[in-house]
Design a protein around this ligand. Sequence first.
Ligand SMILES: NC(=O)c1ccc[n+]([C@@H]2O[C@H](COP(=O)([O-])OP(=O)(O)OC[C@H]3O[C@@H](n4cnc5c(N)ncnc54)[C@H](OP(=O)(O)O)[C@@H]3O)[C@@H](O)[C@H]2O)c1
Length: 281
Amino acid sequence: MNLTFKFDDDFTVNRLGFGTMQLPGTGVWGPADDEKNAVDVITTAVDHGVNFIDTADSYGPLYANLYLRKALEQRPDNHVLVATKVGFTRQGPSEWTELGNPAYLRQQVEENLFSLGLDHIDLLQLHRIDANFSLEDQIGELAKMQQEGKIKHIGLSQVSIYQLKSAQKIAPIVSVQNRYNLVDRADEDVLNYAEENNIAFIPWFPLATGKLTSGSKMTQIAKKYNATPAQIALAWLLKRAEVILPIPGTSSVDHVISNIAAQNITLSDADFETLSKMSTK
Ligand SMILES: NC(=O)c1ccc[n+]([C@@H]2O[C@H](COP(=O)([O-])OP(=O)(O)OC[C@H]3O[C@@H](n4cnc5c(N)ncnc54)[C@H](OP(=O)(O)O)[C@@H]3O)[C@@H](O)[C@H]2O)c1
């Protein structure tokens, strides 16, 4: 099994990455209760080989980007691909609104550059497509910023195959970030399309927001591998397709170390099949 994915000649990343959404405070909103811990979680991930980190200006908002910037400043020699997002605004812990006005997407790219302390974004993902604006206008604005050198690659999030194919007619799309995990495989068709076209598939909620960290069947299989259920859920994703780049989120240094160690587990075909039958969608 190949545990790396090549984005371009500069970036071949380790497939097991990290997502920053859990780092802000209670209800993943506002500043972290312990900022040092938030930064430590990221430096620990990097120290254990993570070089693919997913974030968004809406995480916090902005706090997650600031912790990521601080952490990467502490690891100046590590080459980390930062994937961020625009097009989804946030008004509270669970209140999200799509906003694909091209003028605002441009401002959000600038805000991501500023908060992350970068001169370009390696992977800029459109967090959601906004039905109030044409896809040509939304992807078109990002493509303009790509030509200006502010964005290296463009990705999408939570899209259908139809939307993905439509976007591909406007600009090259290197990644898709959809909700997907062992028990929630509604977007199997999008994953299959990504696999056929060598597009990175970045499953969000890889641990089903923590639900896959327990459970009797998971625990039973995990025991065989001297592993935790969370590690088994991640090992399943890694085996499912070589274009999958899981980005488990955690605010715990112990959990980040344990999650990264999941890449050392090779599930048998029989256990993979047993786990595959656990899907509820
Ligand atoms: N594109 C999108 O629309 C979208 C939407 C949601 C998320 N995302 C991205 O996807 C990433 C992953 O999603 P997520 O963080 O929401 O969900 P997740 O990775 O499925 O699960 C995170 C939850 O699992 C717990 N957890 C993590 N590792 C654990 C372990 N080893 N043992 C026990 N519990 C563990 C965390 O709690 P602790 O903090 O206690 O470890 C947290 O409650 C996000 O960070 C974000 O970058 C994208």
